[in-house]
Ligand binder design. Structure first.
Ligand code: FES
Length: 310
């Protein structure tokens, strides 16, 4: 049987059903810049494996001022892998090593206009090759990227640390997205539960970071900050779960450390609302706002947030 024509050959003949690629992706795929290998390079970075379908070797020439004066690549992969590698070399040429260190996979995707989400792992591969090359330049004796963490996805050899990083840097919220960005989860599916736990943990940490109020002298929240944080925690950490079961919650008042709430919808008639109040609402408020808070239900059902008295 004859070998299948390459993506490039099929694209030139116009028979390749392309993804929804931007013109810039198509251009960098059909006319890749900086292909090949630098002779006597200052740094080499290699990632991927042919077994997983993608591989990239990046070579850099770096001058005495730590500036990248040339960058070349060899890759085995799809149109996006070629375009991402080509874009990467164009981005880093002329940068200092310190500047190149800050290049993210999103920078590569942005340079190309955008990449289909199913192909974002190609931009991640570019960023990883760059990191491997910089580590090699800084004195590492290896050119292959060091794998950190414990393998979560055995089908693709992806670790917890790698998954954490793509989730954090790209604000991912689903297993499918994680597969698109680093391939983890794209085989037998046996790692999906573990990936979900990582997403939940990283997103929880992100919310906490975003919710941190500006520090006040003495480290205490003002009453206004406390109310804002309580409202934010209810909106982001509590309400979505209650809504999923046809219920809702309203913040009625805050008096010192007492938080007065009212349940609405299904929650208002729910037999386990006491449990929800203590083990969900109070637990979340203690975790995200202050361990001193306690929650009580507003039994007369006042609907509006009152002026606080604390
Ligand atoms: S172990 Fe991750 S897809 Fe198989």
């Amino acid at each position: 049987m004859a070998a299948a024509p390459s993506d490039a050959a099929r694209a030139r003949k116009g028979i390749l059903r392309m993804w929804d690629y931007t013109d810039k992706v198509k251009d960098h795929f059909l006319n890749p810049r900086n292909t090949g290998e630098i002779e006597s390079p200052s740094a080499v970075g290699e990632v991927g494996s042919l077994a997983c379908g993608d591989a990239l070797k990046l070579t850099l020439k770096i001058d005495e001022n730590d500036r990248i004066v040339d960058a070349r690549f060899l890759t085995f992969g799809c149109a996006s892998a070629i375009a991402s590698s080509s874009a990467l070399t164009e981005i880093v040429k002329g940068m200092t090593v310190e500047e190149a260190e800050k290049v993210t996979n999103q920078d590569i995707a942005n340079y190309l206009g955008e990449l289909p989400e199913q192909k974002m792992h190609c931009s991640v591969m570019g960023r990883e090759a760059l990191e491997a090359a910089i580590a090699n330049y800084r004195g590492g004796d290896k050119t292959k990227r060091e794998i950190e963490g414990n393998i979560v996805c055995t089908c693709f050899g992806v670790t917890d640390k790698e998954i954490e990083r793509v989730v954090r840097e790209n604000d991912l919220t689903t297993v499918e997205q994680v597969t698109n960005y680093c391939k983890a989860g794209g085989g037998c599916g046996g790692c999906h539960g573990e990936i979900e736990k990582i997403i939940e943990r990283v997103q929880g940490e992100r919310v906490k970071e975003q919710m941190l109020p500006p520090p006040r002298k003495g480290g205490k929240l003002t009453m206004i900050q406390k109310i804002q944080l309580i409202q934010q925690t209810i909106n982001e950490q509590v309400r979505p779960a209650l809504r999923a079961h046809g219920g809702n919650i309203e913040l009625i008042d805050v008096e010192g450390d007492k938080v007065l709430i009212a349940f609405r919808g299904m929650c208002a008639q729910c037999k386990v609302s006491d449990f929800t109040m203590k083990d969900v609402v109070e637990a979340k408020l203690r975790e995200f706002v202050s361990p001193d808070l306690y929650v009580e239900e507003d039994t007369d059902g006042a609907g509006e947030m009152q002026e606080h008295k604390g």
